[in-house]
Design a protein around this ligand. Structure first.
Ligand code: FRU
Length: 489
C-alpha cells in the first residue's frame, strides 16, 4: 500500500503516487484552499509537467483531486499562479460566480511562454483560453521565461516573471494582454546568482506605518547550504519597478536544504501572506529513497515583515491551523527552569508513541563562552542510534541541522552534510519551535526570523527526544527556561 510507505509524511502534503515539485496556483475560493503543483503522473522522477491538484478547508487535511492541466500543443505545464477574477476583467466568466484563472508557463523545447486557463465551477474543471499564449518572450537570447505570479493592485493585474537572472514585471487589464514594466536583479546585480532565478513572489507589508515590499526569488543552485533555496529582497514597488532599499547581505527565507519554490496564496481570507514551498532540493530531489511517490510540501507558513535587532526582516511562522493537530494525550513540559550541568542532567530519555511532534524550547545561553566551538542540540532518535539534531553554536551564533546519522543518506553524496544558518539576532535567549514529521523537520528560531527545513530517512521512526551537549559547555552556560513537547495527530 503506497500510503503506508515508511517515509510517508503525515503532517505534510505528498501525492498518493508519483512525482511532485513546486506548489502552483495557491488560491482560496469559496471555502476551499486550492493547491496545484508540478506533477508527473507517469513516474517518480521529473517528466512532462502537469498541474496536480489538492484542496483543503482547514489547511491540515488535504484531498487529492484529478489532474487539473495536461500538456497540450503549446507545451508542458510549468509553474504559475491563480487568481479569482472578481470583476470578470477577463470576460471568461460563464456563470454567476467569478471565474478562477490559472496563469502558467508552457514549455516546449527551448521555448517558454505564458498561458491561462479558466474554471467556472469552483476549480473542478479547467479549460485553456483559446487565445493562448498570453505572453511570449521577445528576447531570443534567453530561454528562461517562466513562473508567473500575479496579483491585483490599483485596478491592474501585476505579474512577476523569472527571466534567467532577473525578475521582470508586467501589467494587464484583462489577464490576456500583458505590457512590460520594470525589472530587477541583473543590472545592477542584486543578491545571490549562483544559479537560475525561479518562482518569484512580490508581497506588500506595513512596517512602522510604511508600506514595504518583499520580493521572494528562488535560486537553483546557489543556496546557502548548496543547491536550491529562496532568497528575498526588501524594497519599494511603485506599480512598475521594484527597488531594493537598504544595504544588507543576501537574505534567505529559509536556510535549510529543503525549502524551494515557495509562493503565497491569492485571496487568502484572513489576508495572511500564507506560503507553501516544495520541501526538497534539485540536487537530489529525484533520487530520494521513497517508493511510490516522490516529493512533499512544507506546512503552510505565515510570512510577516518586522524588525529584529533594529533590522527589517522577513519572518515565517507555522499557520495557527496546524495546532489543531495537537494530541493532548502526549504532552511533556518542564516544570521549572533547568540548569544544564552535565550531559546527563536533562531527562534524556523522553519517548513518544510516534514521530509527529511539536517542540517549543526556550534556552538562556548566558554570556560566558569558554569554548567557542561549544554546541548544544535537540536530537530526535530511534533504537538504532539514528538521529536528527537541531543545534546552536555558541561561538558563531549559528543554528545547525544535522542529518549526518539520520538513516539512509547513501542515495546522494552530500545528503549527510550539516546545514548552517546565521541567526538573525544575537539575543542570549534562544527560542526554538520545531515540527517533526516522519521524514522532515521544520525549524523556526526566535519567532521565525531564522528558519531551516530539511528531509531525512530513518530506518525506524524517531520517537525519542533528548538534549545533547558538546564538550566545552561549562556549568551555568545553558539554562532551559522552558520546554514543551506535544505529540501530534
Ligand atoms: C522550479 C522550476 C520552475 C519550473 C518548474 C518546472 O523548481 O524549475 O522554474 O517552472 O520547476 O517543473
Amino acid at each position: 500500500n503506497c500510503l503506508n510507505d515508511k517515509y510517508r509524511p503525515q503532517l505534510h502534503y505528498s501525492p498518493a503516487k508519483n512525482w511532485l515539485n513546486d506548489p502552483n496556483g495557491l488560491v482560496y475560493l469559496a471555502g476551499e484552499y486550492h493547491m496545484f503543483y508540478q506533477y508527473y503522473p507517469d513516474g517518480t522522477v521529473w517528466g512532462p509537467m502537469h498541474w496536480g491538484h489538492a484542496i483543503t478547508s482547514d489547511l491540515v487535511h488535504w484531498e487529492e483531486l484529478p489532474i487539473a492541466l495536461y500538456p497540450n500543443a503549446l507545451g508542458d505545464i510549468f509553474s504559475g499562479s491563480a487568481v479569482v477574477d472578481f470583476k470578470n476583467t477577463s470576460g471568461l466568466q460563464t456563470g454567476g460566480d467569478p471565474p478562477l484563472i490559472l496563469i502558467f508557463t508552457q514549455a516546449s523545447g527551448n521555448t517558454q511562454l505564458q498561458s491561462i486557463a479558466v474554471s467556472n465551477d469552483r476549480g473542478r474543471s479547467f479549460g485553456f483560453y483559446a487565445g493562448n499564449p498570453v505572453l511570449q518572450n521577445t528576447d531570443k537570447t534567453i530561454n528562461d521565461f517562466r513562473d508567473p505570479k500575479v496579483f491585483y493592485m490599483n485596478d491592474k493585474w501585476i505579474m512577476s516573471l523569472a527571466v534567467k537572472n532577473k525578475i521582470q514585471m508586467f501589467s494587464s487589464n484583462n489577464l490576456k494582454n500583458w505590457t512590460k514594466l520594470g525589472e530587477f536583479g541583473a543590472v545592477p546585480l542584486q543578491g545571490a546568482h549562483g544559479g537560475v532565478w525561479e518562482c518569484p513572489d512580490l508581497l506588500s507589508f506595513t512596517l512602522d506605518g510604511l508600506k514595504l515590499w518583499v520580493l521572494l526569488v528562488s535560486i537553483n543552485p546557489g543556496g546557502p547550504n548548496n543547491g536550491s533555496a529562496t532568497q528575498y529582497f526588501i524594497g519599494t514597488f511603485d506599480g512598475r519597478q521594484f527597488r531594493k532599499t537598504g544595504i544588507y547581505q543576501n537574505l534567505w527565507m529559509d536556510w535549510g536544504p529543503d525549502n524551494y519554490a515557495g509562493v503565497t496564496f491569492s485571496n487568502e481570507p484572513k489576508n495572511r501572506k500564507l506560503l507553501i514551498a516544495w520541501m526538497n532540493n534539485w540536487d537530489y530531489g529525484q533520487v530520494l529513497p521513497t517508493v511510490a511517490w516522490r516529493g512533499q510540501m512544507t506546512l503552510p507558513r505565515v510570512l510577516d515583515l518586522q524588525r529584529i535587532d533594529g533590522k527589517p526582516r522577513l519572518l515565517s511562522t507555522p499557520a495557527v491551523e496546524v495546532e489543531s493537530l495537537r494530541n493532548l494525550a502526549q504532552f511533556y513540559e518542564t516544570t521549572r527552569p533547568l540548569w544544564i550541568r552535565s550531559r546527563h542532567d536533562f531527562t534524556n530519555d523522553l519517548q513518544f508513541n510516534n514521530s509527529l511532534l511539536e517542540v517549543d524550547g526556550v534556552f538562556d545561553t548566558q554570556l560566558t563562552i569558554n569554548d567557542p566551538s561549544a554546541t548544544f542540540s535537540i536530537c530526535f532518535y530511534n533504537g538504532l542510534a539514528e538521529e536528527v539534531c537541531v543545534g546552536y553554536n555558541f561561538g558563531t551564533n549559528n543554528l545547525f541541522f544535522d542529518r549526518s546519522n539520520s538513516g539512509d543518506t547513501s542515495f546522494y553524496g552530500n545528503f549527510g552534510q550539516i546545514s548552517y544558518a546565521n541567526r538573525e539576532t544575537r539575543n542570549k535567549i534562544l527560542q526554538l519551535k520545531l515540527y517533526l514529521d516522519t521524514s522532515a523537520i521544520e525549524i523556526f528560531a526566535d519567532g521565525g526570523y531564522t528558519t531551516m527545513t530539511g528531509l531525512f530517512f530513518p530506518t525506524q521512526l524517531l520517537t525519542g527526544v533528548r538534549v545533547k551537549f558538546s564538550s566545552g559547555i561549562a556549568v551555568n552556560q545553558l539554562k532551559i527556561l522552558s520546554m514543551t513537547i506535544r505529540g501530534l495527530k
